[in-house]
Design a protein around this ligand. Structure first.
Ligand code: SF4
Length: 125
Protein backbone atom coordinates (compact mmCIF):
# COMPACT_ATOMS: atom_id res chain seq x y z
CA UNK A 1 0.00 0.00 0.00
CA UNK A 2 1.28 3.47 -0.84
CA UNK A 3 2.67 5.51 2.07
CA UNK A 4 0.80 8.75 1.46
CA UNK A 5 1.97 11.94 3.11
CA UNK A 6 0.19 12.84 6.34
CA UNK A 7 -1.02 16.42 6.51
CA UNK A 8 -0.90 16.60 10.32
CA UNK A 9 0.48 19.93 11.45
CA UNK A 10 4.26 19.77 11.85
CA UNK A 11 5.82 21.02 15.03
CA UNK A 12 8.18 20.06 17.78
CA UNK A 13 5.42 19.50 20.34
CA UNK A 14 2.78 17.02 19.27
CA UNK A 15 -0.42 15.89 20.92
CA UNK A 16 -2.38 12.70 20.41
CA UNK A 17 -5.77 11.86 21.86
CA UNK A 18 -7.45 8.50 22.33
CA UNK A 19 -10.59 9.97 20.70
CA UNK A 20 -12.56 7.13 22.28
CA UNK A 21 -16.27 6.42 21.95
CA UNK A 22 -17.28 8.00 25.25
CA UNK A 23 -17.63 11.48 26.68
CA UNK A 24 -14.06 11.40 28.04
CA UNK A 25 -12.65 10.14 24.72
CA UNK A 26 -14.34 13.03 22.94
CA UNK A 27 -13.17 15.48 25.61
CA UNK A 28 -9.61 14.23 24.99
CA UNK A 29 -10.12 14.76 21.26
CA UNK A 30 -11.62 18.23 21.63
CA UNK A 31 -8.88 19.28 24.05
CA UNK A 32 -6.27 18.24 21.46
CA UNK A 33 -8.09 20.29 18.81
CA UNK A 34 -8.10 23.36 21.06
CA UNK A 35 -4.41 22.92 21.93
CA UNK A 36 -3.66 22.84 18.20
CA UNK A 37 -5.80 25.94 17.56
CA UNK A 38 -3.88 27.76 20.29
CA UNK A 39 -0.59 26.59 18.73
CA UNK A 40 0.40 24.83 21.94
CA UNK A 41 0.94 21.54 20.10
CA UNK A 42 0.42 20.03 16.68
CA UNK A 43 -2.46 17.54 16.67
CA UNK A 44 -0.98 14.27 15.47
CA UNK A 45 -2.85 11.28 13.96
CA UNK A 46 -2.60 8.52 16.55
CA UNK A 47 -4.20 6.09 14.11
CA UNK A 48 -1.15 6.49 11.86
CA UNK A 49 1.04 5.20 14.68
CA UNK A 50 -1.40 2.38 15.45
CA UNK A 51 -1.50 1.52 11.74
CA UNK A 52 2.31 1.55 11.63
CA UNK A 53 2.41 3.95 8.69
CA UNK A 54 6.21 4.36 8.24
CA UNK A 55 6.33 8.10 7.53
CA UNK A 56 4.01 8.83 10.44
CA UNK A 57 5.90 6.55 12.82
CA UNK A 58 9.09 8.41 11.89
CA UNK A 59 7.43 11.78 12.40
CA UNK A 60 6.04 10.74 15.78
CA UNK A 61 9.45 9.43 16.90
CA UNK A 62 11.06 12.70 15.85
CA UNK A 63 8.71 14.86 17.91
CA UNK A 64 10.58 16.94 20.46
CA UNK A 65 7.84 16.31 22.98
CA UNK A 66 4.78 14.09 22.76
CA UNK A 67 1.61 14.66 24.78
CA UNK A 68 -0.88 11.81 25.15
CA UNK A 69 -4.42 12.60 26.26
CA UNK A 70 -6.45 9.57 27.28
CA UNK A 71 -10.05 9.51 28.31
CA UNK A 72 -9.74 6.83 30.96
CA UNK A 73 -7.19 4.61 32.72
CA UNK A 74 -7.21 2.07 29.88
CA UNK A 75 -4.79 4.59 28.29
CA UNK A 76 -5.20 3.56 24.68
CA UNK A 77 -3.31 6.61 23.36
CA UNK A 78 -0.29 6.25 25.64
CA UNK A 79 -0.16 2.49 25.05
CA UNK A 80 -0.37 2.90 21.28
CA UNK A 81 2.64 5.21 21.46
CA UNK A 82 4.53 2.93 23.82
CA UNK A 83 3.86 -0.04 21.56
CA UNK A 84 5.73 1.93 18.89
CA UNK A 85 8.51 2.70 21.40
CA UNK A 86 7.47 6.32 21.77
CA UNK A 87 7.30 7.47 25.38
CA UNK A 88 4.91 10.40 25.90
CA UNK A 89 6.55 13.14 27.96
CA UNK A 90 3.16 14.33 29.20
CA UNK A 91 0.33 11.91 29.95
CA UNK A 92 -3.14 13.14 30.84
CA UNK A 93 -6.06 10.92 31.84
CA UNK A 94 -9.34 12.82 31.69
CA UNK A 95 -11.09 10.75 34.40
CA UNK A 96 -8.24 11.56 36.80
CA UNK A 97 -9.32 15.19 36.62
CA UNK A 98 -12.62 14.34 38.29
CA UNK A 99 -14.59 13.90 35.07
CA UNK A 100 -16.77 10.80 35.10
CA UNK A 101 -16.83 8.50 32.08
CA UNK A 102 -20.17 7.92 30.38
CA UNK A 103 -21.30 6.51 27.08
CA UNK A 104 -22.59 9.79 25.68
CA UNK A 105 -20.28 11.46 23.21
CA UNK A 106 -20.62 14.98 24.54
CA UNK A 107 -17.37 16.93 24.85
CA UNK A 108 -18.32 19.25 27.70
CA UNK A 109 -16.65 22.63 27.27
CA UNK A 110 -15.72 23.06 30.94
CA UNK A 111 -14.20 19.59 31.04
CA UNK A 112 -12.18 20.36 27.89
CA UNK A 113 -10.88 23.56 29.50
CA UNK A 114 -9.81 21.57 32.55
CA UNK A 115 -7.83 19.18 30.35
CA UNK A 116 -6.24 22.03 28.39
CA UNK A 117 -5.21 23.79 31.61
CA UNK A 118 -3.71 20.56 32.94
CA UNK A 119 -1.66 20.10 29.75
CA UNK A 120 -0.38 23.68 29.99
CA UNK A 121 0.44 23.18 33.66
CA UNK A 122 2.43 20.04 32.85
CA UNK A 123 4.27 21.78 30.01
CA UNK A 124 5.22 24.64 32.30
CA UNK A 125 6.45 22.32 35.09
S1 SF4 B 1 -8.49 5.43 26.84
FE1 SF4 B 1 -10.55 4.91 27.56
S2 SF4 B 1 -11.91 6.42 26.53
FE2 SF4 B 1 -9.96 6.38 25.43
S3 SF4 B 1 -10.24 4.92 23.73
FE3 SF4 B 1 -9.31 3.82 25.46
S4 SF4 B 1 -11.05 2.93 26.58
FE4 SF4 B 1 -11.87 4.55 25.24
Amino acid sequence: MEDKKCLCKDGDIKVVACSGASNVGQIANQAAIELAKENVAGFFCLAGVGGQIPRMMKSAKEAGLMIAIDGCPVQCAAKTLQHAEIEPAVQIIVTELGIEKSQDLFADEKACSKVIEKVKEELAA
